[in-house]
Design a protein around this ligand. Sequence first.
Ligand code: FES
Length: 201
Amino acid sequence: MSELGTKKSGGLSRRDFLKLMGAAGTGLAFAPFVPFGNFMPNPNQASLEKVPVILPDGTQANINTYPINHGEVITYPSTGDTALDAEAFRKWQFIRLPEELGGGKKDTTAIRAYSMICLHLWCLWKYWPDEGRKRGECPCHGSMYDPVTGTAFLGPASVQAAPSNTLAQLTLEIDSDGFVFILPPKFNANENGVIGYGRFA
Ligand code: FES
């Protein structure tokens, strides 16, 4: 299919890589528990521990300073290897909800971390905080995601059957100083979801 991109000679294109990973994710979705290390190339088992949410500026996210109605890209699991950490399947939108959706609270109900892989054809969506938007939007075919639930409410991803209408999500924790952590995920459709495949909401 032409929209799936061109293949570079002698190697996998990014699109082929995503297709491959998605196929793996679909199969793994039916396993009761899937260690993320088996799902990713060059697994880093150490990542299955509780880890801090590291923002693009290198600091750890803190509920006392992270802006309300705001999204940043975070990497999980992070390996320290620049090429591996750039993979789309490691990218998540770390969102603090708008005030009217509970983003003013100082607990985990105010924040979310969703896989950035759009459930339609795996483009990268992002959170738009602008008035009248305040939602995740995919630039490719217009799928829109509810920031509270991670479920698509408009566009092609919204008409896909569950679990492929709801984004994979990381479980977050906040310590007594306000610092935010990612708890070890369970990447199956009934718990944290499967990246590129979905989650039962
Ligand atoms: S890839 Fe088609 S709407 Fe996101």
